[in-house]
Write a protein of this length. Sequence first.
Length: 645
Amino acid sequence: MEINNNSINNLNKDIAIIGLACYLPKGINTLSKFWKILKKGSSVIEELNESRWIWPLEIDIKNKHKGINFGAFLKDIECFDAPFFKISPIEAESMDPQQRILLELSWKTIEDAGYDSSKLSGSNTGVFIGASGSDYTRLLSDYIKIPVNAHHCIGNSMAVLANRISYFYNFTGPSLLIDTACSSSLVAVHEALQSIKNGESSQALVGGINLILHPSNTIAYYKAGMLSRDGICKTFDKNADGYVRGEGAVMLMLKPLSVALNDHDNIYAIIKGSAITHNGQSNGLTAPNPIQQSYLLQKAWNESNIDVRSLGYIECHGTGTKLGDPIEIQGLKNAFHSIITYKKNIKNFYEKCGLGSVKTNLGHLEAASGITGILKIILCLKNKKLPASLNFYNLNKNIKLDDSHLYIIDHLQDWVKPKYENKLRIAGVSSFGSGGTNAHVVLSEYNIEINNKIINNISINFENSTLPLIFVLSAKTKSQLLIYVKKYIEWLNNKESLNISLRDLTLQLQKGRQAMNCRLALVIFNRDDLLSQLNFFYEKKIIPMQDKLDSFNESKNKIDIATVINLAIKEKNFKKIAILWQSGININWSLIDKKNIRISLPTYPFSKYYYWLPKNNLNKKISNSDDTQISNSDDTQISNSDDTL
């Protein structure tokens, strides 16, 4: 393969990842939480909570079936903010939690990308979801006393995992559910890429999800010898004896790189290309095929137009099985060998390429495993580090690495820039379905210098300006607004927030968030001023400028709102503009500041209402979101005051 030195040539072919969100085990719901686990080399695998289900009498978890009760599990899977999505309690209770989680993740992903979702209504945005089966349907069928209602059909349709998202946002692009077992989410990514490249979708939401709500599959996998007997995933190790099941959901927002640059999007990474294949006939339906795995990799690399010498990391399927791991490694070696058969010394021709598997941290997320691997690579590219693949001590005797440039990453290490491909770090992620469908995706770090040249031509830094700025925040309810404020207080006290100017912060919240009913607007001069006002509001629950707001609300029906807005903007009366917006008047913020920028900021904190199989305490709001305890009802009192913040 030839080295491509002109990255501009790929602008129309490359796809940018511009937004993301995740619900991963043990409350990992942000990138920083996920990276903390990876960096520390921690595992979130634990014993199954007895509240999940009661094992059948035949299952002896202490003796005969050791290890069967281990996994990595999501928190609060029974909770959902149904009122936010205008879904009735009875419909929410009848809905597969996969639908509910994906709805919340879609909102967070769009917000993370810096977009007000209402502005995307009617667009040909595609939705591609990788999932495999519904345990909630099994639960409903187990409880024969539960009367069937009109919502059970749509609420548990696998197709609706994607379709409900498209319906809610009024997206008109393709809306597809992909089920290829464990490779589902990575195949969904591939299909999303093809849809964008073919012009069917202008952009796409692509996600994967896996929930473990019923014991039947776990029992079947255990009896088939697929699961670890000690609850530990030991990928590549000589003691590997199977995988550990895991739950989770990840969603990405994709857009052509050329369009993302023009739209000033926040770009996490670049997808260079992808490929999917099937094993064809092999030793059995579920048996891996090293020849086809090798062909898959070559096909993906060719599609990506990369110099394979620059590949520095492969996120392997790596389930931790004695035979599966060696076959995957052999497929990798064959692929690299086939490209440089004319070279005698392969190790010197290639730079080192590390191998790892996030399944050692999170368990095997099955249908969501591939897209979770992409999320790990995004973090590796961002931090320029390669975290350890856990539980690796002695190489599986069926794996030979001495004759290759491949190595297992057994400790946190720097990811050194390659000598080739414009010195951009490049990685791949593989996912193999138990039915034989394989997928591989190639990612590259984003060359921010290209974007800087474009943005810097129109950017003016007002960070040190004496001009005031308007910080806005809104929510569906008063209690959620308080929680939202708490999130921003915590975020502003985090050193990562220092990389973002106050101007960019306020612009993003003004232009890239949907304005809801409960609003807060603060006129600020600097970061300390913002924190002081937010803390005061959070502690006192006092609406700023309430006296002026009450006075304006009494008279706003008698005046020409447009005239008032235009005059306030012309006079740069920021306090009046804040009062107008806080009273429910929408402002064209571009009239104040024309700059367009999209940055990743804390996303909306959904309420957690209980919706599950019928119980006496149905639909009780058990807590607020994001582990913040403020109020267990929506009756939080925000008092009026003559004081201003």
